[in-house]
Ligand binder design. Structure first.
Ligand SMILES: [Zn+2]
Length: 278
């Protein structure tokens, strides 16, 4: 984390409502301005996450995605506008965020994360937000972050539903403790097959960003060891306790980068792990 010596008068004015919070104050605000958060995925989760982080003054946001904006993305990927169709998503987000807050530097990465490049893409991050749309990518981010010792939040959404889990490597349970390994992708259970309402990824992405902010300033309780499940069609919120898994492939031997050779299964083509190389 970059050390910020002092806030400028403009920053004290801009962030005054945050600085008023007992959990933030001037010290927390300097931590936010000095932090780097990496978002893997620039879509329905990544857009609101980037928006919250940038507005709050998180100083460096690295955003990773090799996709281009499509017309059908626009109802839920809030930072992409009609004129952006066909552009790289990361370029679209960088333009909006730099207009939103000059305190924020965006490190845009126009490629998909994969087993070969994930270490380099996450290096130097104070926190990682997993914002992909495929199971294998979620497991890859989970496995790499635990090996690298970087705290992170994973989320998934479909239709009006969402699930969110934060992980602190070495201290809390992870995605593998819960699901063991990625299941084959089911097109009928994906956003492209089953549909999605924009508020679901919107809310999940904002909660992910808030988890990153809490981790950076060291305040509150993270959404760890239990899965938050929400259903916006009836506004219900539930929590699923995650049992300990002593032989979890990721947690049991975090020093082993097993994800370099792990077979993430048939779903690799869905989340672009396979064909895209550095
Ligand atoms: Zn685990």
């Amino acid at each position: 984390m970059r050390r910020i010596e002092a806030l400028t008068e403009t920053q004290i004015d801009r962030y005054s409502r945050q600085i008023l919070l007992a959990q933030v104050g001037g010290t927390g605000m300097k931590k936010l301005l000095g932090a780097r958060v990496t978002i893997v995925g620039a879509g329905g989760l990544g857009c609101p996450a980037a928006q919250v982080l940038a507005s709050a003054g998180v100083g460096t946001i690295r955003i990773i995605d090799g996709d281009r904006v499509e017309l059908s993305n626009l109802p839920r990927q809030f930072l992409h506008h009609t004129k952006d169709v066909g552009r790289f998503k990361v370029d679209s987000i960088k333009e909006k965020i730099e207009a939103m807050n000059p305190d924020v530097t965006v490190e845009e990465v126009r490629m998909f994360a994969n087993q070969a490049n994930i270490d380099d893409l996450l290096a130097g991050s104070d926190y990682v937000i997993e914002a992909c749309d495929g199971q294998a990518a979620k497991f890859l981010v989970n496995d790499a972050c635990i090996h690298l010792g970087i705290s992170f939040t994973i989320a998934g959404v479909v239709q009006f539903y969402g699930q969110i889990l934060s992980v602190v490597p070495g201290r809390t349970r992870c995605l593998r403790c819960l699901f063991r390994e990625p299941a084959p992708e089911d097109p009928q259970n994906s956003c492209s097959g089953a549909g999605v309402m924009g508020a679901a990824p919107g809310m999940a992405g904002m909660i992910q960003a808030n988890e990153a902010i809490k981790s950076i300033i060291g305040a509150g309780a993270l959404q760890t060891d239990k899965l938050l499940i929400f259903n916006l069609i009836d506004c219900s919120f539930d929590f699923l306790d995650i049992a300990a898994l002593p032989k979890c492939a990721a947690c049991a031997q975090p020093q082993e980068p097993f994800y370099k050779t792990f077979d993430y299964g048939a779903c690799v083509t869905v989340c672009h792990l396979g064909p895209h190389k550095l």
